[in-house]
Write a protein that binds this ligand. Sequence first.
Ligand SMILES: [Zn+2]
Length: 77
Amino acid sequence: MRAIVLAAAFVLMSACGNHDGPPEIAVAPAHGVRDPVCGMMVDPKHSPKSDFKGKTYYFCSREDKQRFDKAPAQFLQ
Ligand SMILES: [Zn+2]
């Protein structure tokens, strides 16, 4: 589902190439952080998180947090 949304956003960005100004949808929140599992920007205030090696990582969903918790190093290259 999220992959579809991301793909749609990408298509929208490409399609807007001839218009003035950046498409609003591509602007990440200023306070956003990157979900290391899927790469999307998430709001740390409302996201599941995990601590690993002294750093805190935030996720778009509990599913991504669980994937990270199983093999953190896999997502931090
Ligand atoms: Zn995610």
